[in-house]
Write a protein that binds this ligand. Structure first.
Ligand code: 4AD
Ligand code: MG
Length: 432
């Protein structure tokens, strides 16, 4: 039953007869010949059904197949450089597998709401297939990167008793007789326990934020990779982030040329992503914004507009470090040279894509961390285990979180996160 050959492997079958299975992507027709564009998830192939080469029934079927009809086609593979993919099939037989009547997404333009309502079908379009393939490549390159550097994949819980990234974006649930529980905002706190056990770990999974804002950069469910390393300081952390980003971009450039072309991505922009990346302190970033006449105040986190201005100065990701501690999470270590600053970094993608990574060196002193937990009015009881990590063999350690969808959005050069995850979840949408 399963296909023996896929479109991506056709170069091995030139001049031979093959049978392929898939769906009708598009069709052109004249009286004597029907051109059926087959898609099978690995590529697209023009199948030429000529009236003299097939039975009358088969020719009638080729005439009737409609968009997204599933079918099987047999014929000889010819090299044809004019065609997408470089091949064409001269059909000798066509068999119907599954009909498709009135497929809702036609080649004409549809509004975005209509497309998202039909996300389960929209995923079949050329552009969406290209984005999903790049997403897959990015996820795989991330795993390859860490796996080949002695990191252990470490899976944190999804259901957690407390916040890690501030209480304003928590998704709440009733957890049996134990009161409230929350969907995880980040695996980091657990990854820290992992780093103390295994040295270098990374988490990679879904995370949740009840983001009340309707922006193109926010999903309520998104995937994050979070490496955490014992004995790394902030500089080591930034070096790793930089090396990882370069590796990801190079992997996509190597393996996804065809997909980047479908997306009309300006590849020259990606080719510039090479180490070293510019590093800029938060205070210098504020100075830079002020010099440009922007109304900014030292002390506040940078907004999306500020990030766009900063990143537009460079053609590489820029690493902004040492933000005012007040504007950042409770677990960040303070800069010994200036207690007002946190030893943290945000990496801003070029071309105005904004923050893709947030990371920091973690507070490793028991009493200081306890003080922060209290200052932030967090429930100390739930952090007892986290404080233990500072009680039994505490060491300097650091890590960061890379948002997968933001990274895919940037590398694909598209303008909204909703196309980078199979079924996006946003404040106003949880279907299909
Ligand atoms: O900067 P954030 O909040 O950092 C953390 O969660 C740390 N615990 C990470 C760590 O140090 N281990 O989030 C990290 C990244 C952001 O830079 C962004 O790329 C992504 O996660 N992100 C989102 N992506 C999509 N939708 C949202 N609502 C996101 N919020 C954060
Ligand atoms: Mg952040």
């Amino acid at each position: 039953m399963k296909p023996e050959i896929y479109i991506k492997d056709l170069s091995k079958h030139v001049g031979k007869e093959v049978t392929l299975k898939g769906w009708l992507y598009n069709k052109r027709a004249s009286k004597k010949v029907k051109f059926l564009i087959l898609r099978d998830g690995t590529g697209y192939l023009q199948c030429v059904v000529f009236v003299g080469n097939v039975t009358d029934e088969v020719f009638a079927l080729a005439d009737n197949v409609s968009q997204e009809t599933a079918f099987e086609v047999t014929g000889i593979i010819k090299e044809d450089t004019r065609q997408v993919g470089g091949f064409e099939l001269d059909a000798t037989d066509v068999k119907l597998i599954g009909e498709s009547e009135d497929y809702p997404i036609t080649p004409k333009d549809h509004g975005i709401e209509f497309l998202i309502d039909n996300r389960h079908l929209w995923l079949r379009s050329k552009r969406q297939v290209a984005i999903m393939k790049i997403r897959h490549r990015i996820a795989k390159s991330i795993r390859d990167f860490f796996d080949s550097r002695d990191f252990t994949l470490f899976d944190p819980p999804i259901i957690t008793p407390n916040a890690s990234e501030g209480t304003s974006t928590l998704f709440e649930m009733e957890y049996f007789d134990l009161g409230k529980a929350y969907l995880t905002q980040s695996g980091q706190l657990y990854a820290e326990a992992g780093a103390m056990a295994l040295g270098k770990v990374y988490t990679f999974g879904p995370t949740f934020r009840a983001e009340k804002s309707k922006t193109r950069r926010h999903l309520t469910e998104f995937w994050m990779v979070e490496p955490e390393m014992a004995f790394y300081n902030l500089d080591d952390d930034m070096d790793l982030a930089e090396e990882m980003l370069e590796y990801i971009v190079k992997s996509v450039l190597k393996d996804n040329k065809a997909e980047l072309e479908i997306l009309e991505r300006d590849i020259s922009k990606l080719e510039k992503i090479e180490r070293p990346f510019p590093r800029l302190s938060y205070s210098d970033a504020i100075e830079m914004l002020k010099e440009e006449g922007h109304d900014v105040e030292w002390g506040k986190d940078l907004g999306a507009a500020d990030e766009t201005i900063i990143s537009s100065k460079y053609d590489k990701p820029v690493m902004v470090h040492r933000y005012p501690a007040e504007s950042k999470a409770f677990y960040m270590k303070r800069d010994p040279e200036n207690e007002k600053l946190a030893l943290c970094v945000d990496v801003l993608a070029p071309e105005g894509y904004g923050e893709i990574i947030g990371g920091s060196q973690r507070e490793d002193d028991y009493n200081k961390l306890l003080g922060r937990i209290n200052e932030h009015k967090l429930p100390v009881d739930f952090f007892k285990w986290y404080l233990d990590l500072r009680k039994y063999g505490s060491v300097p350690h650091s890590g960061f979180g890379l948002g997968l969808e933001r990274t895919v959005t940037w590398i694909c050069g598209i303008d909204h996160l909703r196309e980078t995850i199979p079924f996006p979840r946003m404040i106003y949408r949880n279907t299909p």
